[in-house]
Design a binder for this molecule. Structure first.
Ligand code: CTP
Ligand code: MG
Length: 226
């Protein structure tokens, strides 16, 4: 089943502390951004990529797309102050499609199988997001004291991709913008409309490159995959 993908790539990577957009950092000689783009370039079901970028980085990114043979990028709109704004600026430029995925450009290890499951679930239910079960015991803490131990069975750690019927996420973003609501992911905007969001079990390998340690995990995953 076909889909288009929005990749927010307009962050500054503060927590990585590299003094530049972390997406330009390399994992085994190739920029993180390119690793992520290649997943979608090679997925035959992906019919278009929308990349939110910092305007001053656009020329460099365009050069990289040519260098690495990435052909599916349909637009590189300017990102915004927050990730949600960056995603929205892509959505506003897209033509209407059936299914759209939003995926962090900083998660290069997503697989075609998980993407396909998300697209199918979004087609069937309207909204579906990737997540993994919490592994550790989870407790709620206030002022350094345990308040309660939360039932782990009901806890999931949420990732991207997050997949939606285009009309649903478009409306959810539109409403959020009008009332000035800022969510931590796209699903929150859809939840606010009272629409059910389904979960698709993902992989612990689908980590976001956030801090320096993640680069070590990232290179280990690439080596193990050969
Ligand atoms: N992103 C974006 N626009 C923003 C902020 C983030 O497009 N205003 C993108 C990032 O480029 C990244 C993804 O959203 O691909 C996930 O965000 P995060 O991991 O938080 O990246 P940064 O915001 O760059 O990092 P930090 O929060 O450490 O500054
Ligand atoms: Mg951020």
């Amino acid at each position: 089943m076909r889909y288009e993908v929005v990749l927010p790539a307009a962050g500054s990577g503060k927590r990585m502390g590299a003094g530049q957009n972390k997406l330009f950092l390399k994992l085994l000689e190739k920029p993180i951004l390119i690793h992520t783009l290649e997943v979608f370039e090679q997925d035959t079901n992906c019919t278009g990529i929308w990349l939110a970028v910092r305007p001053e980085e656009r020329p460099l990114i365009e050069e990289m797309l040519t260098q690495y043979g990435i052909t599916k990028v349909k637009g590189l709109p300017a990102g915004g102050e927050e990730r949600q704004h960056s995603v929205h600026s892509c959505m506003k430029e897209m033509e209407q499609v059936d299914i759209v995925l939003v995926h962090d450009a900083a998660r290069p290890f997503i697989t075609h199988d998980i993407i396909a499951n998300l697209v199918q679930s979004a087609h069937d239910h309207g909204a579906a997001i990737a997540g993994v079960r919490a592994k550790d015991t989870m407790k709620k803490v206030r002022d350094g004291i345990i308040e309660e131990t939360v039932d782990r069975e009901s806890l999931w750690m949420i990732q991207t991709p997050q997949a939606f019927r285009f009309k649903l996420i478009y409306e959810a973003e539109d409403v959020a913008e009008k009332v000035g609501f800022l969510g931590t992911d796209e699903a929150m905007l859809v939840e606010r409309l009272g629409h059910a969001v389904h979960i698709v079990e993902s992989s612990y390998e689908n980590v976001k490159m956030t801090t320096k340690e993640d680069l070590v995990f990232g290179e280990a995953i690439l080596r193990q995959r050969g």
